[in-house]
Write a protein of this length. Structure first.
Length: 154
């Protein structure tokens, strides 16, 4: 028999075992008395709309309030999605602009180095050319490494 299909045995839960550490006359006095047990239950709900029981309570108090609560949650969700989409769009634009300026700066350095070498400034031209190239390659490998390493837990 699997755990799901086992019958619930109430006599095992409701009937306490007799204590063997008490003398017989005292255990009869203790077990003969009635006792009261207090049970406290706590429910928790998390989400944009209340639990169905609570919504039903609102509906009893004010007809149509359940529909209003659900519409309010839907509007809030749409608003959050719009803000998130706007933020992602803004971030994409900033990333593109940053890459464009990095390309312009890198290309200017490389073109400047080639120009200096062409005009008989070979040492200065090679240093500008290779420095610009090294900065671009270094930035590329830094970003690749940063993406591949998982973030550290604080």
């Amino acid at each position: 028999m699997s755990k799901k299909n086992k019958p619930f045995l109430t006599n095992q839960v409701n009937q306490p075992t007799k204590p063997n550490f008490l003398p017989p006359n005292l255990s009869q006095q203790v077990l003969g008395q009635q006792s009261m047990v207090a049970v406290e239950t706590m429910t928790s709900h998390s989400g944009p709309i209340p639990a169905p029981e609570i919504i039903a309570g609102y509906e009893k108090v004010l007809a149509g309030s359940a529909d209003r609560i659900i519409k309010m949650a839907e509007k809030e969700q749409d608003h959050r999605h719009q803000i998130q989409l706007r933020g992602q769009s803004h971030q994409a634009k900033l990333t593109f602009i940053g890459q464009l300026f990095a390309f312009i700066i890198g290309f200017s350095g490389i073109a400047g180095g080639i120009y200096l070498v062409k005009n008989d400034k070979s040492i200065a031209g090679f240093s500008v050319f290779f420095t610009s190239l090294a900065v671009l390659v270094g930035a590329y490998f830094y970003n690749i490494r940063k993406r591949s390493t998982p973030p550290k837990d604080k």
